[in-house]
Design a protein around this ligand. Structure first.
Ligand code: CTP
Length: 402
């Protein structure tokens, strides 16, 4: 759930700062982008070099880098972050940020951050229990910030009691759960996605196929899973690996794809047909390998079932159907005809006239058209980013239906 998220990790002057190293490692392992910001006092407890190596980013301490004269923009950092975690936060920094003081980079980033803020205090038991600290914590909670409460145990002073910073593993678990809840608008929803080509058998060794790589559909499956949906990916032959936590159903022919889609359609809130389904298949499949006895060979082809059109006709009021259209001419007009004919909520148009768009590459350039006729053209971008744009469109269509 933290994959690809931008995390600013604030580290304050406390003996618990040594635990920040492990926290950075866990965040990086979870594939988050980590930017560490330390208070000037924190550098006495753990070196910026350690946290820089672990986070794979330079560590920021000062607003003004005196040697190079570079100014670090706390506003940009605050806007970049998907979450600000201050672990450990000392009694001093807690008092500062709860009262709006910003005398260092970290406290300035706190004031500029629009993202959720999590703070994990670390201090001696009497400092923690003091009414002024508790009042500061109450103030931060009243601002909507999140407390990752300290635990009890042996403290650096040798005293026993409450004030130990939560363990890094515990902080990570907490973040994972919260992120999952906050960033899972499709939790409990089933999404059916098709991807890749279909192969239509001519004989036991030959088929009619196409160049679809499946990349667009697989990217969609990954994005919808990350939005909390339960994703079933009906895939034609593809060498791509299945995205985490996605239920993949392998098929070969359009008839098998139709069957698999029919099996899952009823329960799906969203159906996205990104597969390149063959429009025709050999009327007869030869039982044995066809021999080259003649100078020419004529294959009679018959139409396959139009999966999207057939299931579109059965669409329920609360279902969202998304189709793709790959066009070479008259693109918008053709796509609009398909949108209506197949009873879709959204059609995603690729034009082969656009350089870089379409089947096999890693990038795509799309225009979306919804059932009200609203069109939006997007730039050429990696397929995973295209999938995010499509997901945003689907989310807004869904919220209009609810
Ligand atoms: N599609 C489908 N079943 C088929 C053929 C296409 O479900 N047998 C779906 C595709 O997955 C896509 C949409 O219909 O989401 C439009 O596909 P496209 O190939 O652009 O159009 P066709 O309807 O096949 O029409 P044509 O090939 O004549 O442009």
């Amino acid at each position: 759930m933290l994959k690809g998220k931008n995390i600013v990790l604030g580290v304050c002057g406390s003996i618990a700062a040594y635990k920040s190293a492990l926290l950075v490692r866990l965040l990086v392992k979870a594939q988050a982008n980590v930017q560490v910001v330390m208070t000037p006092d924190a550098v006495h407890f753990i070196t910026p070099l350690t946290l820089s190596v672990l986070s794979k980013n330079p560590v920021l301490v000062d607003s003004f880098e005196s040697k190079s004269g570079v100014w670090t923009n706390h506003v940009e950092l605050g806007l970049w972050a998907d979450a600000l975690i201050i672990a450990p936060i000392s009694a001093n920094s807690l008092a500062k940020i709860s009262n709006g003081l910003c005398d260092n980079l970290l406290t300035a980033v706190y004031l500029s951050a629009r993202c959720p803020v999590y703070f994990a205090p670390a201090m001696d038991l009497d400092m923690w229990a003091h009414p002024s600290t508790q009042t500061n914590v109450e103030r931060l909670l009243s601002f909507g910030n999140n407390l990752i409460a300290p635990g009890s145990g042996e403290l650096a002073s040798g005293l026993e009691g409450e004030g130990r910073m939560a363990e890094p593993e515990e902080i990570l678990r907490y973040l994972n759960t919260t992120f999952q809840e906050e960033h899972a608008p499709l939790k409990g929803k089933k999404v059916l996605i098709t991807a890749g080509p279909t192969y239509e058998a001519i004989d036991p060794v030959r088929f009619i196929g196409n160049h679809s790589s499946g990349k667009m559909g697989y990217a969609l499956a990954e994005v919808f899973q990350q939005l909390g949906a339960e994703v079933t990916l009906v895939s034609g032959p593809s060498s791509l690996s299945t995205p985490n936590h996605v239920n993949r159903v392998n098929i070969t022919s359009s008839a098998e794809m139709f069957q698999a889609c029919s099996d899952h359609f009823e329960e799906a809130s969203i159906f996205i047909m990104s597969a390149a389904v063959a429009d025709y298949r050999p009327r007869e499949v030869a039982a044995d390998k066809i021999k080259k006895d003649d100078d020419s060979l004529t294959l009679e082809l018959e139409k396959t079932t139009d999966i999207l059109k057939t299931l579109g006709a059965k669409k329920k009021e609360d279902q969202i159907l998304v189709g793709f259209a790959l066009e070479t001419s008259n693109e918008l007009a053709n796509a609009e005809v398909k949108l209506k004919k197949k009873n879709l909520d959204l059609i995603v148009l690729n034009s082969l006239k656009d350089k870089g768009a379409g089947f096999a590459g890693d990038q795509n350039k799309i225009t979306t058209i919804d059932s009200t006729g609203t069109k939006q053209a997007f730039d050429l971008k990696p397929k995973i980013e295209v999938a995010k744009d499509i997901a945003q469109k689907v989310l807004s269509l869904l919220s209009n239906k609810q």
